[in-house]
Design a protein around this ligand. Structure first.
Ligand code: GDP
Ligand code: ZN
Length: 341
């Protein structure tokens, strides 16, 4: 299957908006640039300063390690030049003067979708992965307990990055499910899909499989929520054994970069390193309101336009909060995010 086809409708609509519709529309558009010795691939992980690129040769998936070429054509607008999920063109490995063989990435395609956050190590962007159709945001019912404020921040990043959402709550074996569901009812009411599972006990894993089938999904979550347990069950293998791992000072295994896996013929799962904090990055302050879907029926009715929905009088959003049409908690999330941007 062609790499571009795997990304489904989102990639199609992105491409068709820019190029002629034809079966070979990607190549039609790129013919001007593409040189005969360029191959198309997808970045599946990073390895130090290099990247592992998967490509298709005679219907077979192959891997090659690539470095970034000295001149590279980059079609996206981000600072992060390459991330897992990127569609790239590369020149096949040639033996260098140092005796090492690496392919060279010469072209990075635009990103119809991405998950961006503030880097942990400073004030800049970190793109966890690109070109996925959906993000599965994983939390656990306990140990560690979910954080709805953080969920709201991740949801903003997900909506900003043009991704669909699945909220997945793990470790339901540890709590009263009805009480747990009450906390997430508001997200279900907003149209988000919420799954309640136990990766360890094998509860509702079929619902997860169903949600991932035929799609490309980025799996993200706080460390300790059970992401590795779930991925190992889904893929039927111990990913820590096949993944690049490092031993942190505490002696716990942690993945260092996102990594793309295939599940069967038609599903793609990107596992990303567990984090402790998630901060939004790149969203312009005045756009924040667009990523709170519960504000949508109201924000155009505010007296002042534009309205930040914080201090202005006759604000339809604030009035909706007072009337219980928008959850108070969601509004607090909005205000604290607004102040942080
Ligand atoms: P990760 O950091 O998100 O990859 O989390 P792990 O998969 O390493 O799991 C963290 C801990 O939670 C481990 O001790 C798991 O055995 C445990 N765990 C994972 N899933 C479940 C679950 O469904 N129920 C319970 N009770 N524990 C779980
Ligand atoms: Zn307002």
């Amino acid at each position: 299957m062609d790499f571009f086809e795997k990304f489904g409708e989102k990639f199609d609509s992105f491409l068709s908006s820019k190029v002629k519709k034809s079966k070979n529309r990607v190549l039609v558009k790129l013919q001007k640039h593409i040189k005969e010795n360029w191959s198309q691939g997808i970045v599946i992980s990073s390895k130090g300063k290099n990247y592992v690129v998967e490509f298709n040769e005679n219907g077979q998936r192959k891997l090659t390690e690539c470095m970034l070429s000295g001149t590279v054509e980059v079609k996206h607008q981000h600072r992060t030049l390459i991330t897992v999920g990127d569609i790239v063109f590369f020149v096949a490995p040639q033996l260098g003067t140092d005796g090492k063989e690496f392919g060279r990435i010469v072209y990075v395609a635009d990103r119809p979708s991405f998950l961006m956050r503030k880097s942990i190590l400073g004030n800049h962007e970190d793109i966890i992965a690109s070109n996925m159709q959906q993000v599965m945001i994983m939390f656990s019912a306990m140990h560690p307990q979910y954080n709805l404020r953080m969920l709201d921040r991740i949801l903003v990043a997900v909506e900003y990055g043009n991704l669909e959402t699945i909220i997945c709550i793990n470790k339901i074996d540890l709590v009263d499910l009805n009480l747990l569901k009450k906390d997430f009812q508001i997200y279900e009411d907003l149209g988000y899909k919420v799954l309640y599972i136990s990766a360890k006990e094998g509860i509702a894993l079929n619902a997860v499989e169903e949600s991932l089938g035929g799609k490309s999904t980025l799996l993200t979550g706080v460390s300790g929520v059970g992401k590795s347990t779930l991925i190992n069950k889904l893929l039927g293998m111990d990913i820590q054994k096949v993944d690049d791992i490092t031993r942190s000072r505490r002696g716990k295994h942690t993945t260092t970069s996102s990594r793309l896996f295939h599940k069967g013929e038609d599903a793609i799962i990107v596992d990303s390193p567990g984090f402790r904090e998630f901060e939004v990055w790149g969203v312009p302050k005045e756009e924040l309101q667009f990523y709170f879907r519960d504000f949508e029926p109201f924000f155009q009715k505010c007296k002042f336009q534009p309205c930040s929905h914080t201090h202005e009088p006759k604000c339809a959003v604030k009035s909706a909060v007072l009337r219980g049409k928008i959850s108070h908690e969601r509004y607090i999330s909005y205000v604290s995010l607004f102040e942080s941007l």
